[in-house]
Design a binder for this molecule. Structure first.
Ligand SMILES: *[C@@H]1O[C@H](CO)[C@@H](O)[C@H](O)[C@H]1NC(C)=O
Ligand SMILES: *[C@@H]1O[C@H](CO)[C@@H](O)[C@H](O)[C@H]1NC(C)=O
Ligand SMILES: *[C@@H]1O[C@H](CO)[C@@H](O)[C@H](O)[C@H]1NC(C)=O
Ligand SMILES: *[C@@H]1O[C@H](CO)[C@@H](O)[C@H](O)[C@H]1NC(C)=O
Ligand SMILES: *[C@@H]1O[C@H](CO)[C@@H](O)[C@H](O)[C@H]1NC(C)=O
Ligand SMILES: *[C@@H]1O[C@H](CO)[C@@H](O)[C@H](O)[C@H]1NC(C)=O
Ligand SMILES: *[C@@H]1O[C@H](CO)[C@@H](O)[C@H](O)[C@H]1NC(C)=O
Ligand SMILES: *[C@@H]1O[C@H](CO)[C@@H](O)[C@H](O)[C@H]1NC(C)=O
Ligand SMILES: *[C@@H]1O[C@H](CO)[C@@H](O)[C@H](O)[C@H]1NC(C)=O
Length: 653
């Protein structure tokens, strides 16, 4: 029987393996990505002609309207998006293209001038509040603007700021009439709110620098190092400007979340983090294990108390742990250490304090995924709602360690010398431990999730979708999912499966299936590639994604309803929550400090917080009254598709 099933599989595989990805489609994708890069700075003009920063690729702020065809138009439209000058999307697009060069076959090289423009744009997101910023790896999500009143640099999504500052040019009445003509009256109240509070809303975006962008920057440096023979100038210019790896390590330690520490700066966290992460923390407590996890913001409570007024401020005044930030940080550390980017490995090994943070965070990511995100992906990926994107970020570390260990053993055997393998032994056991955490999770939980989520389209094609358009309806009001993020999700599903089940052969550079990769997985990759190849450029599907969002996706995701045991004003005065005036809420720190055991936590769950029950379940991102902004980048969708197709092309069948 087993032989027969295997035989049938082989026949099936052969019948669909005839697909050969022509270099033509890779070239077309590459041209398409290029067409989204800003080659010349464009100034802002009121009301809606956006500032476009030179070197960046297009990234848009959109609102997740859903339901009727008119709502879909508002969500997806050209005119209903705001061009966003963030470094995150551009750094990912560049990184993904570089990975197509490293791991794929047939992907064109990046034009050197374009690459340089992008790197210089990314370089301009350095944290200018740091005296040492010219050498620093720390990055902010948005550009900083100098504020002479406070003598400080403040981050802002500058086009939102532009609109806020020229609010008199916004044709509010026309917008409201349009909504009413489209029978979308339910959204008018949001527009009215915006009209009243536009300037206040700006303060919500004045965030501190973060570990996500900073470690993405380190990972980018590692990719440039590996491709330095192809892009020599790019690597040199990055290397010269990013020398202070020691400080990045120092800051990662300083701001890591340590629930068992006695210091409020280290042991306090967003109540939403504690809600989803508590199983991990409680288990460590039972086993008498220490916990230190990489956090999101490069800021702590004491700094928040001073900097809030100056508008360098964590949303809700407290730090959090987001598994996506964690995954990107882990990748940055892994690649920085393996390739010893600007001596990162030396500092990583010399002062062993980052090692536990690295291992605990890797373990935590695996724990979260294996436990179905404790059924709260909205809290675990608090800023990054796309699950496919998050899983790809986490899978890259597994793939990198697997491939580099194989290469190291192979080079040892043939006695070949490679500069960065000198002293590699000291790193080996740490990498093996991190890989151990991730491998089982990806080979079982993640693979099961992907197999389960794949949707059949005809006999030999499958695709994946996340939430954008999932709850749309047709003109008769009948549910008709639109799959507006299916190109992105399918490409990322292929990238996750390839990262999980293959490694790069040290001898030939081609991708090889691991011996334990089953036919089911191979077949799924093949069918997903078929679908992507067929659809990525045909215009039938939108290139939308949700690579970023605010932490609040509607009422149920506000932190105040979740159990907390620290309620105080920024000035340190403790306060009874029932005594807080609504106007004071911006100055309140509401957090979990230290450890709460499950029995006590269950008691807290049974109580109301700030007058409301704790939202225990997640009901999807498309539920009534939940509209929220998300960030979408078309060239990022094409870049991850380029990676998926070129990697497939390089896979030994
Ligand atoms: C996939 O199936 C379609 C018909 O459903 C067929 O036309 C096409 O050739 C198949 N593709 C491959 C690569 O086998
Ligand atoms: C490096 O720093 C210099 C001086 O601040 C700047 O002009 C240049 O654009 C930077 N290059 C990159 C790639 O960051
Ligand atoms: C500095 O920031 C504060 C708070 O956002 C603002 O009120 C003030 O006008 C800013 N000053 C300047 C010179 O931009
Ligand atoms: C818990 O671990 C610490 C060291 O990390 C040790 O000093 C202590 O004795 C341990 N406690 C128990 C109950 O095992
Ligand atoms: C965190 O890392 C340290 C050092 O490797 C280890 O002793 C501890 O057990 C880890 N904690 C957990 C929860 O795995
Ligand atoms: C996983 O979480 C989702 C919510 O995102 C929930 O609907 C589902 O029941 C959970 N599945 C399992 C197996 O616990
Ligand atoms: C598999 O998918 C079904 C329906 O989409 C869902 O109800 C179930 O929880 C999923 N199981 C796992 C293990 O993800
Ligand atoms: C702390 O701030 C709160 C709210 O702004 C205020 O009511 C209180 O008087 C302040 N306490 C001190 C000691 O300044
Ligand atoms: C679609 O919207 C309805 C009504 O708000 C909601 O009950 C349902 O959970 C939503 N479905 C998804 C998949 O978000």
């Amino acid at each position: 029987m087993y032989i027969l099933i295997n035989f049938i599989f082989i026949i099936l595989l052969q019948s669909v393996w005839s697909l050969n990805i022509q270099c033509e489609i890779l070239k077309k994708l590459s041209d398409h990505i290029n067409s989204f890069q800003v080659l010349q700075e464009q100034p802002y003009k009121p009301a809606f002609k956006w500032h476009e920063k030179q070197g960046l690729y297009r990234s848009d702020i959109r609102v997740n309207f859903f339901g009727s065809p008119a709502a879909r138009k508002l969500r997806n439209g050209e005119l209903t998006s705001v061009f966003d000058n963030d470094m995150f999307s551009t750094a990912w697009i560049i990184t993904t293209i570089l990975e197509s060069n490293l791991y794929g076959k047939g992907a064109p090289l990046l034009d050197q001038k374009r690459l340089q423009l992008a790197l210089e744009a990314i370089g301009s997101f350095r944290d200018k509040n740091d005296k040492n910023y010219l050498k620093s790896l720390i990055r902010s999500f948005w550009p900083q603007i100098y504020n002479s009143t406070f003598d400080i640099w403040q981050q802002q999504p500058d086009n939102i700021r532009n609109v806020a500052l020229s609010v008199e040019y916004v044709p509010w009445d026309r917008i409201i009439k349009l909504l009413s003509d489209l029978k979308l009256e339910q959204y008018i109240k949001y527009v009215e709110e915006l009209r009243k509070r536009e300037v206040e809303i700006l303060d919500a975006f004045s965030i501190p620098p973060d570990f996500d962008d900073s470690y993405l920057n380190l990972g980018l440096g590692a990719a440039l190092f590996r491709l330095k023979s192809k892009y020599p100038f790019a690597y040199q210019s990055w290397k010269q400007n990013n020398t202070d790896t020691q400080n990045l390590i120092k800051l990662t330690k300083k701001y890591s979340y340590r629930p068992f520490s006695a210091d409020l700066n280290e042991n306090s966290i967003d109540p939403r983090t504690y809600f989803y992460a508590r199983g991990f923390i409680q288990q460590a407590y039972r086993e008498n294990k220490s916990v230190s996890l990489i956090s999101t913001w490069i800021q702590n409570l004491d700094e928040q108390r001073k900097l809030k007024q100056k508008c360098v401020s964590m949303p809700f005044n407290v730090n959090n742990v987001d598994v996506t930030v964690a995954a990107n940080s882990i990748y940055g550390i892994t690649s920085g250490a393996i390739f010893n980017v600007n001596d990162f490995r030396e500092y990583f090994l010399k002062n062993q304090e980052l090692v536990p943070i690295y291992l605990n965070t890797s373990f935590f990511i695996s724990w979260t995924i294996s436990n179905n995100f404790t059924a709260r992906p909205d809290l675990a990926q608090v800023y990054y709602p796309s699950t496919y994107n998050f899983l790809w970020y986490a899978s890259r570390t597994l793939f990198l360690i697997e491939s580099e260990l194989k290469k190291f053993y192979y080079f040892n055997k043939i006695g070949k010398y490679e500069e960065y393998f000198l002293d590699f032994e000291k790193l080996e056991n740490i990498l093996i431990e991190a890989k151990h955490f991730l491998q089982d999770t990806f080979e079982t939980a993640v693979t099961r999730f992907l197999v389960n989520s794949s949707i059949q389209d005809g006999r030999n094609k499958t695709f994946f979708r996340d939430f954008i358009g999932l709850n749309d309806t047709n003109i008769f009001g009948k549910q008709e999912s639109k799959n507006d993020d299916s190109l992105f999700s399918t490409a990322q599903a292929v990238n996750i499966l390839i990262a999980t089940w293959t490694y790069q052969c040290p001898k030939t550079q081609s991708l090889k299936w691991k011996p334990n990769a089953g036919n089911g997985v191979k077949f799924l990759v093949k069918k997903s590639v078929n679908w992507l190849h067929r659809n990525v450029l045909c215009g039938k599907f939108k290139p939308l994604n949700s690579f970023f969002s605010g932490s609040v996706k509607g009422f149920s995701t506000l932190p105040f309803w979740y159990p907390g045991n620290l309620v105080q004003f920024l000035n340190g005065t403790n306060v009874d929550p029932s005594k807080i005036d609504e106007r004071q809420i911006n100055d309140v720190i509401y957090a979990v400090k230290g450890f709460i055991n499950e029995k006590e936590y269950q008691n807290m769950l049974a109580q109301k917080h700030f007058g409301f029950d704790t939202p225990l379940d997640f009901h999807g991102y498309n539920t009534k009254e939940n509209i929220f902004p998300f960030w979408s980048s078309a060239p990022y969708t094409y870049a991850v598709s380029l990676l998926a197709l070129s990697q497939y092309q390089n896979l030994e069948k």
